[in-house]
Ligand binder design. Structure first.
Ligand SMILES: *Cc1c(COP(=O)(O)O)cnc(C)c1O
Length: 412
């Protein structure tokens, strides 16, 4: 049980279990977990841990709610689709969805923190986030008691809430945008006693997110033909592709990769520009204040690296959409009215892409096609009906990486 090796997808060489990069000439290729079990044998364990065989862990923790998949009636009817399935990551008890921080970052944080426990290192994990990732890691830390340091842009502090008491967490507000938070976090991650989580390079994050595809394939009985998701870094798209490769190897879920339909919010859409050759390409700039959801902002998506977003799109004959705020807004309303649950703005960007695909002249999805729409976050309003929200206060506010260093020196 729980057996795997980690290999570089560039050179194929086996790497240490906890490595984030390989030193091969292919440079910064992603690493990938290769599981001993080729068949997906479910374990009698709660939440995501039922996929234990295909998670890079050797134990489980008390955190780890999974996503749910259901067949859509309401939205499917609106769009004239016969086989629309919705993966829901969030809080919606009527559908057995119990994620307490209401986004699919809840799938990434538990296996990541579990691996840190297995590493037996007492170092503090350092995470930079515009909100949903920080909240997900904070929730796990509060459940497991593992230390955590979070760097969050000041304007995203409103997203730092939990339904539990705050665990051993140092929350640092950073003046500026998400990128400034990343710079400050990187400075601290390289110091003794602290460690990075690795973002898209972390196999636990990707395989945790990959459980969305596993759950969906189990529910549907096969790998869907289409996969729609709103992306910032595109990590979720890579994860869906990798999980599908494993399902194909299993043999029981079909032999066809799903076509990835990744959606970004224009004008801040580096993956969209890089893929379509339009606009500024990957050299995209500052986060415009009027993004529909700034969790979709990412200046350095793992696009061209081996095993990254471009490879995933190439392999699946994928497509990338540029969604305007107006289209996302309309899509959000349609989804919430037809499905009866509130969703995060990021998810509405994926819904808008689906609407576009269905209505566009160059039809890429057929009425009978099996479609998986990943609602990456939702149910915050529903959660507030059942739980009191505990808004976290920052322990400090800094204006740059130097101040981050001063802060940890002062605490030693
Ligand atoms: C992070 C996030 C995304 C984008 O995820 P990727 O890492 O780009 O795959 C989409 N929706 C929500 C709700 C998120 O929190």
């Amino acid at each position: 049980m729980g057996e795997y090796v980690v290999r570089c997808v560039g050179c194929g060489a086996v790497q240490p279990d906890y490595a984030l990069t390989c030193n091969c000439p292919n440079g910064s290729s992603l690493l990938r977990a290769y599981y001993a079990s080729k068949r997906l044998i479910l374990q009698d364990l709660p939440g995501i841990w039922k996929f234990y065989e295909w998670l890079p862990v050797r134990g489980i923790s008390k955190a780890g709610e999974g996503s749910v998949t259901y067949k859509s009636d309401g939205l499917a009817k609106e769009l004239g689709l016969k086989n629309l399935y919705i993966s829901f990551s969030g809080y919606w008890p009527e559908r057995n969805a119990f994620m307490k921080t209401c986004s699919f970052k809840d799938l990434e944080a538990p296996p990541t923190m579990q691996r840190i426990a297995e590493l037996g290192d007492s170092a503090t994990l350092v995470v930079a986030s515009a909100g949903n990732t920080a909240r997900a890691f904070a929730n796990v830390s509060s459940i497991t008691g593992q230390p955590l340091m979070l760097f969050v842009p000041e304007n995203a502090l409103h997203r730092m809430w939990l339904t539990t008491e705050k665990g051993p967490i140092t929350l640092i507000a950073v003046k500026g945008d998400y990128y400034d938070a990343i710079l400050a976090a990187e400075k601290v991650q390289s110091q003794k006693g602290f460690m990075p989580e690795g973002g898209a390079r972390n196999i636990a994050r990707r395989d945790g997110m990959g459980t969305v595809m596993l759950e969906a394939a189990l529910k549907i009985g096969e790998i869907p033909q289409h996969y729609f998701q709103a992306v910032g870094s595109g990590t979720g798209g890579i994860s869906a592709w990798e999980a599908s490769l494993r399902l194909i190897d299993d043999g029981r879920f079909g032999q066809r990769l799903p076509k990835l339909h990744l959606a970004q919010n224009v004008p801040n859409a580096p993956i969209y520009y890089a893929w379509t050759g339009k606009g500024a390409g990957l050299n995209q700039q500052v986060c415009p204040a009027d993004m529909y959801d700034d969790v979709l902002f990412n200046r350095r998506p793992p696009y061209s690296v081996r095993g990254g977003v471009k490879d995933a799109l190439d392999a699946t004959f994928g497509q990338v959409y540029g969604v305007t705020n107006k289209n996302a807004d309309d899509a959000k309303r349609l989804f919430e009215e037809s499905e009866g649950i509130d969703i995060l703005n990021a998810s509405a960007v994926a819904v808008a892409a689906l609407i576009h695909a269905v209505k566009s002249e160059s039809v890429t999805v057929g009425t009978n096609d099996i479609i998986l729409l990943n609602i990456t976050g939702g149910g915050v309003s529903r959660l507030k009906e059942d739980f009191a929200i505990n808004l976290l206060e920052p322990d400090a506010t800094i204006s740059g990486p130097e101040e981050a260093i001063e802060l940890i020196e002062g605490r030693r």
